[in-house]
Design a protein around this ligand. Sequence first.
Ligand SMILES: Cc1cc2nc3c(=O)[nH]c(=O)nc-3n(C[C@H](O)[C@H](O)[C@H](O)COP(=O)(O)O)c2cc1C
Length: 170
Amino acid sequence: MSILDIIQKRHSCRSYQDKEIEKDKLDKIFEAARLAPSARNFQDWRFVVVTNKEVKSKVAECTNRPEVFEKAGAIIVACSNMDYVMKCGQAIGPIDISIALEHISLQATELGLGTCWIGSFETEKVREILSIPQQAAIIELMALGYPAEPGKQNTRLAIEEILCFDKWEF
Ligand SMILES: Cc1cc2nc3c(=O)[nH]c(=O)nc-3n(C[C@H](O)[C@H](O)[C@H](O)COP(=O)(O)O)c2cc1C
């Protein structure tokens, strides 16, 4: 599969089989995360991978779709450990983590696994369940697991609506 094939295949998976993810697959997925680019190569990402059923169910309860995400083989909790802001005024944490999570999502797709970004969650409850210290910002969660059914691609804007050259034309 080419990179574009994998990108086209990826979609948000909201139906999972209650099935563990093999260690060799997890290793490959997190190697893809480890190799992601990051601002000043700070690699400001720390991942807590929740696979224990009881803990996973508690974390899923903090999300907008507990019954879906508790079945996923893992819930990845992506945290930033630094407060670094770039000259452009943007914090590196959410950017670095988003890149790494998308590496995860695409590598998972190539391995036949599904993912779903989860931004709708109760941060402080997740922090307490996983004993994540206050200095770490919990940026995003991602469900990861074997899809229970084939998903479908979501719509996108046409290229002319998102792209222009040389000057702002929107
Ligand atoms: C930053 C971010 C946060 C998201 N949060 C959620 C969420 O909390 N729950 C959910 O079901 N989907 C969530 N999604 C998935 C989006 O709804 C989905 O990516 C979008 O509708 C496009 O569909 P697709 O991923 O199937 O292409 C999130 C996606 C992103 C990138």
